[in-house]
Design a binder for this molecule. Sequence first.
Ligand SMILES: [Zn+2]
Length: 211
Amino acid sequence: MAKLYFRYGAMNSGKSTALLQAAYNYEERGQRVLLAKPRIDTKGAGQISSRLGMTRPVDFLIGADDDARGLFAEHQARIRYTHDELAGLSSGPAEVSCLLVDEAQFLTASQVDDLFRVAVLDDIPVLAYGIRTDFRTEAFPGSRRLMDVAHALEELKTICRCGRKALFNGRLVDGHFVFDGDQVAIDGAEVTYESLCGECYLRESGGRLAS
Ligand SMILES: [Zn+2]
């Protein structure tokens, strides 16, 4: 029985790097993987980019209203078809061994349920990577549902500026921390994030936690 994994962390915890490494590990063993991400991330749309400089195109983007399991099935069918058409010319595998999803925090709850069905009913392991909470310390919809239903939760750790383990993602606009605003501000001018431990977050927020 395959499982749904949620590998979560604060920003800059190396999630995309870990995802690309996991894909490489499968392919090194001669196995085929599919890479996907939600369409909402307009920065580097269609690509998975690691901070170490590696980038790789995704196989498909998941739109807000898409059936993620249906999209997976379409792409699995495309790979089988291509394999059959190229029989004798290609030694690539016909079956997908793993689905890897980047930026999984932006999935809807129902799309996370789709991924759960891919793991349990289609018997394909699903590795979902994402940020746990937004800059107001509230869970993203996809992450909340992944915390509910994933078979395995694995934390990817990163360090706060003080050396403690970072827990939260502080948002800075023009270099100043802000604690109000929309959950997603990917294209905002001069919006940056800093991974913070609980103590440093509370110091910056003046003791405020959630909105
Ligand atoms: Zn700190």
